[in-house]
Design a protein around this ligand. Structure first.
Ligand SMILES: O=C(O)c1ccccc1N[C@@H]1O[C@H](COP(=O)(O)O)[C@@H](O)[C@H]1O
Length: 213
């Protein structure tokens, strides 16, 4: 049985790509542990700093505000960090790039062929966790695609956050297969890019809790 840091059967849940105040409130009410805000301008879910502040500043204590970056300008990271608890680097950032971050950080790794996860876990030694996402050439993330979960080793030196094409329909199977520390979902809880759906968020949380039970 793989073990990636699940604590007493409680898989953490991150909802990513929030763009609307009502979606933030619904995500918090549903019970999400972390909310992700996309600061990569190429995304349909991208926020500028003003919108980030408006959304992040309504998140209550004990819900983690995560900023998602793709090969960012350090100046952007520094300015956004005032509204964030954790940084998610989803591009080709080096371990040194990440280590210079002004907040705790996680590293997203896209599961391209030949990726050595054990070596990556060693290289990104300062990461609080590794987020594993599907690989599609030319697309940094948010593909809505799954990957072969059996490629994840049974144990890694870092907590695993499983991402990529998750939804209420497959998250229980994913948790049973990987036993991740957390799961991360964006497209699977949306009615359209950036528009979260309260029913889909609730269904996702229910599926996670049932898988944990
Ligand atoms: O959501 C985006 O637009 C995005 C852009 C660039 C990098 C990552 C992005 N999203 C993240 O990708 C994973 C998987 O998303 P999905 O559930 O398959 O839609 C997740 O961490 C998203 O936040």
């Amino acid at each position: 049985m793989p073990e990636h840091g699940t604590v007493l059967g409680r898989t953490r849940v991150k909802f990513c790509g929030l763009t609307r105040p009502g979606d933030v409130d619904a995500a918090v009410a549903t019970g999400a542990d972390a909310l992700g805000f996309v600061l990569w301008p190429g995304s349909k879910r991208a926020l500028d700093l003003e919108r980030l502040a408006a959304l992040a500043d309504r998140v209550p204590a004990f819900v983690t505000r995560v900023g998602l970056f793709v090969d960012p300008d350090p100046e952007l990271v520094a300015r956004a960090a005032a509204h964030l608890d954790l940084l998610q680097f989803h591009g080709e950032e080096s371990p040194d790039d990440c280590a210079a971050a002004p907040r705790p950080w996680i590293k997203a790794l896209r599961m391209r062929d030949g990726l050595d996860l054990a070596a990556a876990a060693r290289a990104y030694g300062g990461a609080r966790a590794l987020l594993l996402d599907a690989y599609r050439p030319g697309v940094p993330g948010g593909t809505g695609e799954t990957f072969d979960w059996s490629r994840i080793p049974a144990s890694l030196a870092k907590p695993v956050i499983l991402a990529g094409g998750l939804s209420a329909a497959n998250v229980a199977e994913a948790i049973a297969a990987v036993r991740p520390f957390a799961v991360d979902v964006s497209g699977g809880i949306e009615s359209a890019p950036g528009r979260k759906d309260a029913e889909r968020m609730a269904a996702f949380l229910r599926a996670v809790r049932q898988a944990d039970a």
